[in-house]
Design a protein around this ligand. Structure first.
Ligand code: CTP
Length: 452
């Protein structure tokens, strides 16, 4: 019996898929089809799949060509499958020519001509309305956002806004994107969504205005400085039936999702301590080192550290204590926030102008997890035990420079109502972070008053 295997996402099942499966079946007697998991697709940079895996598998099955369907969920699985199932022929469409020639040492590789004029990506782009998004604030992060959106289907940056004329003008010239300096309502008019990347103190006002105008909002952290305002903004988003997301990009990375599952899955027993550090030396004179009112180490980087703490231990801590090392003008150059839970402890450390190891350590009753620096990009991690010779290493492939595309992709999915419940970063978690930010601001202000 001649066994054939093929793989694909088979999203929004179309004629090209049908023809491929038909011809694959004709190559032998028994056809195995590997359907990718969403996780695997995200890992290999294919974002925004529409159909859940059950639907994609059913569609393959309904063609009647597959004798067996398996799930493809990791890099390197093809070689394993070919050996395990005793495969004679590996086949894929001609868009992959050359890419899988290395499998010739295990079985015959055949590339079938691709059906012209159709692809899942095309259908996604045609059927999903393209989300027109405007960037508010044209500083350092705006060009990165612009670049990363080009890797996510279904979204397009069409406009920008910055009341500072010089910055607006240079952004418009460099990126050929219409950049407004006033008439905020007109700027919003043709948009479905905005990305707020302006100075920290302006975030909440822009968010409020955009939500009131019925726009979806992705806002850089920290979205607000107070608990009450965070509650108000999430309620407003609910009332207006639009998506509001705080842009803590780590929350949306596949590697970080995997880390949470492993940590909560019992591999290290009960979690007793979480310790996370994010620090950057930065440029002297930059906002994070001089704006003592609205910037500084904790306001810029503290959300990163709080993220794994709230994800792993919850937001209902019993007590929070914070201490800072202050610079000349009263800005915090290093801040340590310590949480006490009923049966565990946690620390978030942030440095701006102070450098430390950017690692995340999760300590448990059976072992610990070490995510090496930069843990907030979660490219991989170790589960370690008492016996130093025993280490379970997890590797997560990661596309792009800074993980922003996963956050953008999540935002688009939410706008389109794909992907179910909020769980990667909930409104409650974001509100709990605003609460800590508020406590921090009060403490730092007290310190600054003492300097006057
Ligand atoms: N395929 C094909 N003809 C097409 C589209 C896909 O023969 N017009 C083949 C692919 O070469 C692959 C299989 O169908 O062997 C599954 O492809 P998949 O990547 O799931 O489909 P695409 O439409 O190419 O998806 P996307 O646009 O998301 O890349």
């Amino acid at each position: 019996m001649k066994k054939v295997i093929t793989y694909g996402s088979f999203d929004l099942f179309h004629e090209g898929h049908y023809q491929l499966l038909r011809r694959a079946k004709e190559l032998g007697d028994y056809l195995i089809v590997g359907v990718t998991t969403e996780h695997f697709d995200r890992m290999r940079g294919k974002l925004n799949l529409v159909d859940p895996i059950k639907v994609r598998m059913d569609n393959v099955w309904n063609t009647g060509f597959a004798d067996e369907i398996i799930v493809e969920d990791h890099e390197g699985q093809k070689i394993e499958d070919i050996q395990r199932y005793g495969i004679d022929i590996f086949t894929l469409g001609s868009d992959w020519v050359g890419r899988f020639d290395y499998l010739n040492q295990y079985c015959k590789v055949i590339y079938l001509p691709r059906t012209a004029g159709i692809s899942s990506s095309d259908i996604r782009n045609r059927t999903q309305k393209i989300v027109r998004i405007g960037i508010i604030g044209t500083g350092r992060i705006a060009p990165r956002f612009l670049k990363e959106t080009s890797y996510v289907s279904g979204i397009e940056v069409t406009e920008a806004y910055n009341p500072e004329e010089e910055s607006a003008e240079s952004f418009e010239q460099k990126y050929q994107i219409k950049t407004w300096t006033d008439h905020f309502d007109d700027f919003l008019k043709d948009l479905e969504a905005v990305y707020v990347a302006s100075p920290n103190e302006t975030h909440s006002e822009y968010v409020r205005k955009a939500l009131q105008a019925g726009k979806h909002v992705l806002c850089e952290k920290p979205m607000t400085f107070t608990y009450a305002e965070a509650v108000e903004l999430y309620e407003l988003a609910k009332e207006k039936k639009v998506t509001l997301m705080e842009g803590i990009r780590t929350a949306y990375l596949p590697g970080f999702q995997q880390l949470l599952s492993v940590a909560k899955g019992g591999a290290i027993g009960e979690i007793c301590d979480v310790e996370a550090c994010f620090s950057r030396l930065g440029v002297p004179g930059s906002r994070e080192m001089t704006d003592y009112k609205y910037s500084g180490a904790f306001l810029e980087y503290g959300s990163y550290g709080m993220l794994p703490i709230f994800k792993l231990l919850g937001k209902d801590y019993q007590d929070v204590q914070m201490e800072s090392v202050y610079g000349e003008n009263g800005i915090d150059v290093f801040t340590k926030v310590q949480f006490r839970y009923e049966n565990s402890l946690a620390t978030a450390k942030a440095g701006a102008g102070v450098k430390s190891e950017g690692e995340l350590i999760i300590a448990g009753t059976k072992g610990y997890i070490l995510v090496p620096s930069p843990w907030w990009l979660t490219r991989g991690f170790d589960v370690r035990y008492e016996d130093p010779g025993k280490v379970d290493h997890y590797e997560a492939t990661f596309s792009g420079l800074d993980g922003l595309r996963y956050e953008i992709s999540e935002f688009v999915s939410k706008i389109n109502g794909i992907g179910g419940h909020d769980y990667k970063l909930t409104a409650e978690e974001s509100i709990a972070m605003a609460d800590v930010v508020e406590k921090f601001m009060i403490k730092r202000r007290d310190h600054q008053r003492g300097l006057e």
